[in-house]
Write a protein that binds this ligand. Sequence first.
Ligand code: MSP
Length: 520
Amino acid sequence: MKSFYLTTPIYYVNDAPHIGHAYTTVAGDVLTRWHRQRGESVWFLTGTDEHGQKVMRTAEQNNSAPQAWVDKLVKEAWLPNWRALNIANDDFIRTTESRHTERVQRFLQSLKDSGHIYAGKYEGPYCVGCEEFKLPGDLIDADGEKLCPIHSKPVELVNENNWFFKLSEFAPLLLEHYKKNPQACQPESARNEVIAFLEGGVSDLSISRSTFNWGIPVPWDTDQVVYVWFDALLNYATAVGLTDAPDSAGGKKFAATWPADVHLVGKDILRFHAVIWPAMLMAAGVDIPKKVFAHGWLLVGGEKMSKSKLTGIAPSDITDHFGVDAFRYYFLRAIPFGSDGSFSWEDMSARYTSELANDFGNLASRLAAMIEKYCDGKVPAVAQDAALAEALSTTVTQADEAMVALDFQGGINAAMDFCKRVNGYVTEKEPWILAKDPANQKVLEEVLYNTAESIRALAVLLHPVMPQTTEILWESLGVKESLGPIGSQKISEIARWGQLPAGSVITKTPVLFPRLETKA
Ligand code: MSP
């Protein structure tokens, strides 16, 4: 069976990660956790892009050899960052690994042998920040100086004999592909951008550089290194065995994984993924990815957050204050996936308090307190409130539809609306009033069962988004033995009412979302 295969961009290791990078990777993690809970086989890849001038120059500025520089950053900044954010990737690829460099060389040689590569001369502007050849029309003019519109920095003039890939040959095929398959590039705005770009005409692409050597040598011309994007895009396929013989371990992995189901990217790198990458694959006769999804930017002062503009916020600046799960929740909940959004400390504090602490956390702690007080700490007999059960069923359908369509906001909203509904149910039934008269004991127990069962469902629904907190909640529901680990609960089973067994011992949860310290 083919796995659901999702990738994030591989990040440049010229610096430590900021919350823009974390935004993409967390989204990928939430989506893959969701698909795992749908019972699918999943493969989730992330990694680092380590070649090219940008990384090389940063290493030089830090008086370091490039390999030593990237080794240090990956080990000390990137891997610990993903661990801290609870990212459950299945593989991590670094473009300096031999499994990558060897496969890139084999792939390139095959394109040369099949006549898709030729020698030429490149002359034109290049932005090292983007690692991209620019068209004069792409640039902004600042007092006669040409600047990259993304980095607001001067471009450099490149004048070299290089190897070229016949990209232009594939433009008509790609245009047809995106017109026919709306799913292949999302959201709609991204697809329109790609179609307009392809309609504008596409030139061949210079795919090697000769003026520096921090890259993969071109196999038939070792004075040149492979252009960093050509090298980097291939990671998605080299990591799962591209170019390996079909009956080898790599070849089998490739058959079980490729084509990728979703390449998750920021909108800044859409064209590389929706134009250059599928053209490279088409040239080699390899299937192209099923979907490229371009999300928006986290903005600071109306501009893309970036380290080079000194606006990058480290994920730990936020998680130290709000916790990891609130970080994972907030950006996906607050910003429609595909649109830009600004980070605001105030908005995050407000949502933390009202949605996470009050709506969700308090519901769990109230339930535990009431079960302890009125039912000796044990889940009462199975009961069912038809309206609540029906609402749950609708919630699960809505959440699943939204999540698989990468509408994280819609998916989370569905769960949080159900949470509100359960709070409303408790408020309406007033168990604390029922408890005053022993004649109401049965009704009281029904209300508490329905509440507890709803919380069981909420824990599973929110597990992909907030794995640690929901795990704690799962422990407190005392169902690890009877229902199994929370990660193995299936989405399709969530709405089956009455799973929480009577007699389970509920322990009081530690406060799931503690009151925020006032930030000085
Ligand atoms: N190395 C290339 C990607 C190669 S993929 C074959 C690259 N790296 S990067 O370090 O610059 O990271 C790019 C990705 O980080 C973006 O596409 C996006 O996913 C994420 N983000 C970086 N800054 C961001 C924001 N300010 N906002 C949202 N996402 C951002 O490009």
